[in-house]
Design a protein around this ligand. Structure first.
Ligand SMILES: [Zn+2]
Length: 366
């Protein structure tokens, strides 16, 4: 029997090794679509994967988190769709620079539109790059941020906070939409009898279902009788299972400053899975401080504060090649928090020139 999964709607896939540029893909199963977090090295992902990405979230535009944007554009630009891209202040200008770096004289009316959203502390500014027009930058306006939520679909929401990485860098919390779950014990204690009415209750809570009163089965002595429910929201609250929706915290690169720690704790407390960079081992703490990255004692401290169920350390400096296991020895997880491990690399190494067909040999005179 397969284990019960903690996520109901989303299937998180980490598409990089421990030493590779980080890349988190979320497959949103009911929609058959994806969200992608960071956009470094992604040429190993198939076009059919990248074409399913509805929303791309970029923590910051350092090359190891952003250079895959060309591949993302390449695999999507002729598709008849709109792709949403979220990033820190400056991302619109950087995307404009990307599009301006190519010639677009052969566009078609069906080409893709990229909507780019620049997330600041207090507002989100949006610009549209329309394929049929050759991807010029057209401002679409800005709106005030009433809360931390920057994106929603039928299955999840994404919240964002700006942290300090010597440049502004976003961190994200992805939370699944609460699903209809009932507690059989609560149903029995309320004197109710499970039946088709539960399915009808779920439909009505989602704005579907039949008209007329919802008939709920209740026990009356030896008998079961159908009684109309007066308040379906109160009925559901009385029998729902207390299970907070599963969530993921994603940290690209941040410094271990007091202000960042407060932001991380506020946004990511109690996430199911924390995916976080951990660039340096403890003996190079000073390097982490100078470059505004995390080191192993920092990630241990964050895990102690946030108490996620699982922690996936990512983005370890490549200087530790062959000794990456030291990372797992240094990270101290509090009780109830499990550490997940990645291989150093996921993809085959690039080919050397000597491993490729030699044209001069192919051309030799016979
Ligand atoms: Zn960085």
């Amino acid at each position: 029997m397969s284990p019960r999964l903690l996520f109901r709607h989303i299937e998180p896939v980490f598409c990089a090794g421990l030493l590779d540029d980080p890349l988190l893909l979320l497959h949103v199963k009911p929609l058959g679509r994806c969200c992608l977090f960071d956009c470094g090295q992604l040429h190993h992902l198939a076009k059919r994967v990248l074409k399913r990405v509805d929303a791309l979230f970029i923590t910051h535009a350092h090359m190891d988190h952003f250079m895959g944007i060309d591949t993302f554009i390449r695999h999507n630009h002729v598709s008849p769709r709109t792709a949403e891209i979220f990033g820190p202040p400056g991302i619109i200008r950087k995307m404009a620079g990307k599009f301006a770096g190519y010639d677009w004289n052969l566009t078609e009316p069906s080409w893709c539109t990229f909507r780019v959203h620049e997330v600041a502390d207090d507002r989100i500014t949006t610009a549209r790059f329309s394929g049929p027009a050759g991807f010029p930058c057209r401002p679409e306006g800005e709106h005030h941020r009433a809360d931390r939520v920057i994106y929603r679909n039928d299955c999840l929401q994404v919240e964002a906070e700006l942290c300090d990485h010597r440049i502004p860098a976003l961190i994200f919390r992805i939370t699944e939409r609460a699903t209809f779950l009932v507690d059989e014990e609560k149903i029995a204690r309320a004197g109710l009898v499970p039946g088709e009415w539960l399915r009808e209750l779920q439909k009505r809570l989602h704005g579907r279902g039949n008209d007329g009163p919802l008939l709920v089965l209740c026990r009356r002595g030896e008998d079961v009788v159908a009684i109309p429910a007066t308040d379906i929201t109160a009925l559901y609250e009385s029998i729902r299972r207390d299970a907070p929706p599963a969530s993921i915290g994603y940290i690209g690169d941040i410094g271990f400053t007091a202000e960042n720690q407060l932001k991380v704790t506020t946004l990511l407390e109690g996430v199911t899975l924390l995916v976080s960079e951990c660039s340096f081992l403890a003996w190079e703490l000073e390097k982490a401080r100078v470059s505004h990255h995390l080191a192993t004692p920092d990630l241990s401290a964050l895990a102690a504060k946030l108490r996620p169920r699982f922690v996936l350390p990512t983005h370890l400096s490549r200087t530790y090649r062959g000794r990456s296991n030291l990372l797992y020895g240094e990270l101290a997880m509090p009780p109830g928090v499990s550490l997940l491990r990645l291989p150093e690399h996921l993809t085959p190494r690039p080919l050397l020139a000597g491993e490729l067909p030699r044209l001069d040999r192919m051309m030799s005179e016979r």
